[in-house]
Design a protein around this ligand. Structure first.
Ligand code: GTP
Ligand code: IMP
Ligand code: MG
Length: 371
């Protein structure tokens, strides 16, 4: 049991990047198992924001290896840019390994993504990164693997990436054979999963914990803990169902206070209260052992905080309101020291989700965490 998994429980952007960074110190390898540069993880270190799209969020741990698994789709240009960013940050590029079985996002995929969106009567609001067409080509067996790309193409990008391409299955099993600890880092969130999300308003990959097995080439018996990340409220980028969405002032306030604008596209994120129905569903489809709650600080100053507790058959939702809290919680390091109303909010969520909340993030900085 040496692969632990971190996944998003909502529609992505739960803050997985910085939580993976926190847990990464206990692991030898941090591995991405799906998605591509549609993801955007932000880490904040000493007020400086580092945005990663493809490279796993374990970069700040000096010895952790970084692996991009066979379930991912890789845009070579983005990856080369990220490698350059890493070398500026003093990260040894030899820590990055790419599975030969990952697929390549080609310029034609980006064009097809934009074209298909324009043709749709109801656009999905994709990130325009060619992710859907690249996965579609993989499924229809006309895609290009990283291995093929590096062998056949003589572009500078292909030559640059070739140094990092390995036999992905051998790589992960050698590490596991040496009893190394692997943390599988999910991208996007459960509600964007191609099968279990709000289809067709989803991404084209499986984003749930089970995909860590197929995306890394390991059996289910190897999986240890599954940690789910949930924001203290909900956001969604792009079109599709969002039962707890707030249309008026409270939604705008969440967006402003939480800086809810897409990392990749800059689009304003739709905002709403915490959706306990969706969270319970996500706990089931992922087999969640523990939850990390992020961005609790964003709720400070709200007179009341909402939690959606049920969906009615007519499409409306039932919302439970709890008293808000005025205090800034950013400096809090122990859950017991949270303001009473904040503590009640966390306990209520925990009871509704049915899984322990083991860590609460109270700010964007690395150590803004309460336990
Ligand atoms: P995806 O793969 O796109 O789902 O990325 P992600 O889950 O890593 O989230 P992303 O980085 O897109 O968005 C999270 C944002 O919230 C980042 O800007 C973080 O710096 C910020 N953030 C994370 N945790 C907290 C927190 O507890 N409080 C505040 N105020 N900001 C946070
Ligand atoms: P695609 O993955 O670019 O095809 O986009 C499909 C849907 O998933 C759109 O609604 C996107 O906004 C959403 N999406 C894809 N990646 C992310 C992410 O990293 N965070 C949040 N939403 C995402
Ligand atoms: Mg993001």
């Amino acid at each position: 049991m040496s692969v632990d998994v971190i996944v998003g429980l909502q529609w992505g952007d739960e803050g997985k990047g910085r939580i993976v960074d926190f847990y990464a110190r206990e692991y030898d390898v941090v591995a991405r198992f799906g998605g591509g540069d549609n993801a955007g993880h932000s880490l904040v270190v000493k007020n400086e924001r580092i945005a990663l799209r493809l490279v796993p969020s374990g970069i700040l741990q000096p010895k952790t290896e970084l692996f991009i698994g066979g379930g991912c789709v890789v845009n070579p240009g983005t990856l080369v840019e990220e490698l350059e960013l890493l070398s500026k940050l003093g990260v040894d590029p030899r820590r990055l390994f790419l599975s030969d079985r990952a697929h390549v996002v080609l310029p034609a995929h980006l064009e097809a993504d934009k074209r298909r969106e324009a043709e749709r009567a109801q656009p999905i609001g994709t990130t325009g990164r060619g992710i859907g067409p690249a996965y579609a080509d993989r499924a229809s067996r006309s895609g290009v693997t990283l291995r093929e790309y590096c062998e056949r193409y003589s572009t500078p990008e292909a030559r640059r990436l070739a140094a990092h391409v390995v036999d992905g299955v051998a790589y992960i099993h050698e590490r596991l054979g040496e009893r190394k600890r692997v943390l599988a880092e999910g991208a996007q969130g459960t509600m964007l999963d191609v099968t279990y999300g709000t289809y067709p308003y989803v991404t084209s990959a499986s984003t749930i914990a089970g995909a860590a097995c197929t995306g890394l080439g390991v059996g289910p018996g190897m999986v240890g803990r599954v940690i789910g990340i949930a924001k203290a409220y909900c956001t969604r980028v792009g079109a599709g169902p969002f039962p707890s969405e707030l249309q008026g002032g409270e939604g705008e306030r969440l967006r402003e206070r939480g800086h809810e604008f897409g990392t990749v596209t800059g689009r304003p994120r739709r905002c709403g209260w915490f959706d306990a129905v969706a969270a319970r569903y996500a706990v089931h489809v992922n087999g969640i052992d523990a939850v990390v709650l992020t961005k609790l600080d964003v709720l400070s100053g709200f007179e009341r905080v909402g939690i959606v507790t049920a969906y009615a058959p007519d499409g409306s939702v039932e919302t439970e309101y709890l008293a808000g809290w005025a205090q800034d919680v950013r400096g809090t390091r122990r859950l017991a020291d949270l303001p009473l109303a904040a503590s009640r909010f966390v306990t209520t969520l925990q009871n509704l989700i049915g899984v322990p909340i083991e860590l609460v993030s109270v700010g964007p900085e690395r150590d803004d965490l309460a336990r």
